[in-house]
Design a binder for this molecule. Structure first.
Ligand code: BES
Ligand code: MN
Ligand code: ZN
Length: 497
């Protein structure tokens, strides 16, 4: 399933068959990054990377271009172009991915040097993420290889401890995302709500200071989760709710963040049935639940000084004889009534209960993650997630985290005037907005009704939750979009506290 990443010394290099050397572009031409030694594993590198030589190697100056050079003895050198002035963490991630793909089973060494805008620890974290994310293969869960980072140049001697932490963070983040991707890629016949809850419990149980509860039918009824019960009516599989908390031991004024993830293990649309084509990928509709579970696990493994709760309501959305009908009215946990005019807008119904539960705990912030609307994918495509936030500071923190993680996100407006789109004749609100108009906004405004005015953000990741082609460190299939951003957010949030 993955690579494991460690640190090695320059003197170990000759034992590797795959060695990656970073390049930079300076004034349009290529050069080795600062600190790359003239001789690597007994092989002298060319001193000038002339345009002709680069061309002969298939190496382009375009940012992110990679090439495998095989003309130095037996050693394989993988090189990547980065931009000398604007090197981003994402480029280090892509370098890791490129190396992971060259010879997936061969231990690789990667040189890491100081570039502008990042510390060696940050670059090492990013390269680790690229290596591990790109090594994910649903069909080969067992295969594993190692990769070794070798620090070179300025600051290398003093950075070892920070870099070790960077590698640890990168490993936990990427292993977490890969764990979530595996659940997303699993067929819905194997990943019922019950099975999901078991996987989540297995993942979380035994982690330090983590407590996991699984709510079953009786408890869900007792707790009046009317949205979850309503959506579950058409399914032969019982609903579940996973609620897990990580409470680090140190006590003083730790912030409490509650993460809520949509866990629809299969979305047929219910009686407002989707088309055959439309439901082909709907096993993906539990991405949010997998993401929040993975993020809570990572927070615990990193020992972050911040309290985190993850809540995942789990159900299928099916068409069985008892299924919810368009026109039915549900009573949500917080007492509000919802007219269900389209059973395919089910995500907001189960999230309404989960957000109500979250708000009762009066946390410092609530963040939900959901494959909520096709409209999000129409607006932003499959490479950008939507961020909605009730407060500017929370939006800014999430966008900054997304910049570090490389999971691109864009803020969308909670435009108050569109509240009228969800007015209902017979209940407090209805579960659909105005046909063909701002569907991801009316969905977000719906969710906002359940957070009781607390700081809240909503990540609608319908588009990027699944990739239709393998690209960089993503594979065709589940992406666990949002997982890496949320870990980055929690790391930074716990630093501020
Ligand atoms: N799970 C879907 C949203 C979705 C669509 C995710 C495509 C990924 C790809 C959600 O439950 C849904 O069906 N939403 C409806 C809402 C509508 C009926 C108001 C949609 O977007 O069409
Ligand atoms: Mn739906
Ligand atoms: Zn759905």
């Amino acid at each position: 399933m993955t690579r494991s990443v460690n640190l090695a010394e320059l003197t170990d290099l000759e034992t590797f068959k795959v060695i990656a050397v970073p390049l930079v572009t300076r004034e349009g031409t290529l050069a080795f990054a600062d600190g790359v030694p003239a001789t690597i594993a007994g092989v002298t590198l060319p001193t000038a990377l002339t345009a002709e030589w680069c061309e002969s190697q298939g190496l382009k100056t375009k940012v992110g271009s990679t090439a495998v050079l095989r003309n130095f003895s037996d050693t394989t050198l993988v090189l990547m172009v980065t931009n000398g002035n604007e090197t981003t963490l994402e480029q280090w991630r892509q370098l890791g991915a490129a190396v992971a793909k060259v010879q997936p089973k061969t231990p690789a060494a990667l040189l890491v040097s100081l570039t502008p805008n990042a510390t060696l620890a940050q670059s090492s974290q990013a390269i680790t993420e690229g290596l591990i994310l790109a090594s994910y293969d649903y069909k080969k869960p067992e295969s594993a290889a190692t990769a070794s980072l070798v620090l070179v140049g300025e600051g290398a001697a003093d950075a070892q401890a920070d870099v070790a932490r960077g590698v640890q963070i990168g490993s936990l983040v990427a292993d977490g995302a890969n764990w979530a991707k595996r659940l997303v890629d699993m067929p819905a016949q194997d990943l019922s709500p019950k099975a999901f809850a078991t996987f989540a419990k297995e993942r979380l149980e035994g982690l330090p200071h983590v407590d996991v509860e699984i709510w079953k039918d009786t408890k869900i009824a007792e707790e009046r989760l009317g949205g979850l019960i309503g959506v579950n009516l058409g399914s032969a599989q019982p609903a579940r709710l996973v609620i897990a908390t990580y409470t680090p031991p140190s006590t003083a004024n730790q912030p409490h963040i509650i993460l809520v993830g949509k866990g629809v293990t299969f979305d047929s649309g219910g009686l407002s049935l989707k088309t055959g084509e439309g439901m082909m990928t709907m096993k993906t509709d539990m991405t949010g639940a997998a993401v929040v579970t993975a993020v809570l696990a990572a927070a615990a493994e990193l020992g972050l000084p911040i309290r985190v709760t993850a809540i995942a309501p789990l159900t299928e959305n099916m068409t069985g004889p008892a299924a919810l009908r368009p026109g039915d009215v549900l009573k949500i946990r917080n007492g509000m009534t919802v007219e269900v005019l389209n059973t395919d807008a089910e995500g907001r119904l189960i999230l309404a209960d989960a957000l109500s539960l979250a708000a009762e705990q009066n946390p410092d912030a609530i963040i939900d993650v959901a494959t909520l609307t096709g409209a999000q994918a129409v607006a932003l495509g499959d490479e950008i997630g939507a961020v909605f936030a009730s407060r500017d500071d929370l939006a800014a923190q999430l966008l900054a985290a997304s910049e570090r993680s490389g999971e691109t996100m864009w803020r969308m407006p909670l435009h108050p005037s569109y509240e009228s789109h969800i007015d209902s004749d017979v209940a407090d609100i209805k579960n659909i907005g105005k046909a063909g108009r701002a569907g991801s906004i009316s969905a977000a405004l719906f969710l906002q009704r359940f957070v009781n005015g607390l700081p809240w953000a909503h990540l609608d990741i319908a588009g990027p939750s699944r990739m239709d082609a393998t690209r960089g460190y993503y594979q065709r299939g589940g992406s666990a979009y949002g997982a890496r951003t949320l870990v980055e957010y929690l790391i930074e949030r716990s630093r501020q506290a």
